[in-house]
Design a protein around this ligand. Structure first.
Ligand code: F6P
Length: 564
């Protein structure tokens, strides 16, 4: 979908006429700029590298390798103003019920605000609530680390299994991986998410029940996968010779649903709460971060919060022209809506960030993968892109072929630390050289003339050159951002995640959608509930009402599973 498909569709908005004018200016600019290359933008503007980069909370964002000109940037900033980004930002931080379809505030920012600021939700201070529960959780962490909270047989609890899915898995797992060098000696942390029993089974095989703390992490405490895995973990625990009363020592729960936790039988002392104003995919800063804190320690967890807080303050206070999340969001709007680029690659040049793309898939695609606006009308523009990624340099030997020469353009974020968490010979210099080379290659490309000269120099005849030359051309002008940090630390990681959270928020505001609900996940869950009894039970009438394709698949499966 390109800009033109949507040019008329601001009509449902209060300031539709102004938005329309602004949008027309943007589309005209996009058309004009499309005639030039990204590299031309640097030739026209010697200050571009400085002007199109910004430092915030210890990160450097370079967004210069896009077609956006200074006037295009000004016009994008006007669009953000017209869409009310500054007011919407304040409304989020203030605790307004901006998640309208679920009638909730959106206050993951309160989880990392330990400044003493007050944010009232139903007469209670969300920051104070968050701080108190975080402190209670960190006291538990310290007790486990000090072996004051031991297993039922007196062994230290040095192994943690986090059972959760989506936001109750991806964030903590990504952070535990990213902060591997900060991991406390002798501690092991596992994550089980999939309802596929192989996932839990493979982890259980590696455990000593006497040394294991299971964390059941679920905002709702009703998620089918998590509750199934938790029940099977309890069965395994009891079958391994531990007593039912030992569950009180070996199981912890993280949830907003205290009643369901109690019914499950987890002790209140090991239960850590959060609130419905924390979205699942924004929850790693809450009690959902228990596995992180157990892995890296309370101090590193607090540094993670501080890094995010630094980005929060920047986002809340910096003018839009100097605001990293706003600018990152606007560059994304340009790629998505003015260049029609529907795919976004997240390319961390850091092995320890290998789960970042998966984490951002949920953060971005579950937040902004919506085609209907808050008003119930179609969104005015195409919304969230498909997001994927792998760490560099691995991706270079896999899918970068398509990034450089594929039919569709992909916008990319390169995420790079100047210094490694683990220096080893010249590895990091090599990694950095690759991290800087790829965005250059994407931007500059390689013209046919140069390719042909090289082929001629290699001795190919003109006929062979005519065939091979075009295949070796790199079209260039493929956009990317680069985000630099000095080193991947709890602080810089916190800032990086918050940068993306706020980018996603700003884009949602511009597109007029609610980034904080997720109705699109419900239908599949509903249908799975209906299908479950048909897998191994009686087929009966219910199977007859299925569509023919599903019916045939089911019958094939049932035959091989020996179902009646
Ligand atoms: O199905 C999607 C979802 O609701 C996510 O938004 C959420 O992060 C995940 O499921 C897990 O939910 P819970 O933490 O309630 O188990």
């Amino acid at each position: 979908m390109t800009a033109e498909d949507h040019a008329e569709s601001w009509s449902g908005f209060d300031n539709a006429a102004e938005l329309d004018r602004c949008w027309q200016e943007l589309t005209a600019l996009a058309r004009e700029l499309a005639r030039e290359s990204i590299a031309d933008r640097f030739a026209d503007d010697p200050e571009r590298a400085e002007s199109f980069s910004i430092e915030a909370a210890g990160l450097l964002l370079d967004y210069s390798k896009s077609r956006i000109s200074r006037s295009a940037r000004d016009t994008l900033l006007r669009l953000a103003e017209l869409r009310g980004v500054p007011d919407a930002t304040q409304a989020m931080f203030r605790g307004d019920r901006i998640n309208e379809s679920e009638n909730r505030p959106v206050l993951h920012t309160a989880l990392r605000d330990r400044s003493g600021r007050t944010v009232l939700v139903d007469g209670e201070d969300a920051c104070a609530l968050a701080r108190a529960e975080c402190d209670r959780m960190l006291a538990f962490v310290r007790r486990v680390h000090a072996d004051e909270h031991r297993g039922a047989t007196g062994e230290p609890l040095d192994t943690v299994v986090n059972i959760g899915i989506g936001g109750s898995d991806l964030g903590p797992q990504m952070v535990v991986e990213a902060l591997r060098p900060y991991g406390l000696k002798g501690r092991r942390t596992f994550f089980v998410s999939n309802v596929d029993g192989q996932h839990l089974g493979d982890v259980l095989d590696q455990l000593d029940p006497a040394r294991t703390l299971f964390i059941v992490a679920s905002k709702t405490f009703t998620t089918q996968e998590t509750m199934t895995n938790a029940a099977s973990a309890v069965d395994w625990f009891l079958a391994s010779g531990m007593a039912r009363e030992d569950i009180a020592t070996h199981f912890a729960a993280l949830s907003t649903n205290s009643e369901a936790v109690q019914n499950f039988g987890i002790a209140p002392d090991n239960t850590f709460a959060f609130w419905d104003w924390v979205g699942g995919r924004y929850s790693l800063w809450s009690a959902i971060g228990l596995s992180i804190a157990l892995h890296v320690g309370a101090d590193a967890f607090l540094e993670l919060l501080q890094g995010a807080y630094a980005m929060d303050r920047h986002f809340a206070e910096a003018p839009m022209t100097q605001n990293a999340p706003v600018l990152l969001a606007l560059v994304g709007i340009w790629h998505r809506n003015l260049e029609g680029i529907g795919v976004h690659a997240v390319l961390p040049y850091d092995q320890h960030l290998h789960r970042l793309p998966a984490y951002l898939q949920q953060a971005d695609m579950e937040s902004n993968g919506k085609a209907v606006a808050r008003s119930g009308r179609p969104a005015p523009l195409a919304t969230g892109p498909v997001l994927f990624g792998e760490p560099g340099t691995n991706g270079q030997h896999a899918f970068y072929q398509l990034l450089h020469q594929g039919s569709d353009k992909v916008a990319a974020d390169f995420i790079v630390a100047a210094r490694s968490q683990r220096e080893m010979g010249d590895h990091h210099a090599r990694l950095l050289a690759n991290a800087l080379a790829q965005p250059r290659a994407l931007m500059n490309g390689k013209a046919l003339e140069r390719v042909n000269d090289e082929l001629r120099a290699a001795g190919l005849d003109e006929q062979a050159i005519a065939v091979l030359g075009p295949q070796k051309v790199f079209p260039g002008s493929r956009p990317s951002n680069t985000i630099l940090m000095e080193r991947l630390t709890p602080h810089s990681l916190g800032a990086l995640i918050a940068l993306y959270e706020h980018k996603i928020f700003v884009q949602g505001v511009i597109w007029g959608i609610n980034s904080f609900d997720q109705w699109g996940v419900e239908l599949g869950k509903e249908l799975a509930r209906e299908l479950l009894p048909l897998i191994d039970g009686e087929g009966g009438d219910a199977a007859a009402s299925l569509d023919p394709s599903t019916r045939r698949l089911l019958s094939w499966i049932r035959a091989r599973r020996g179902a009646r």
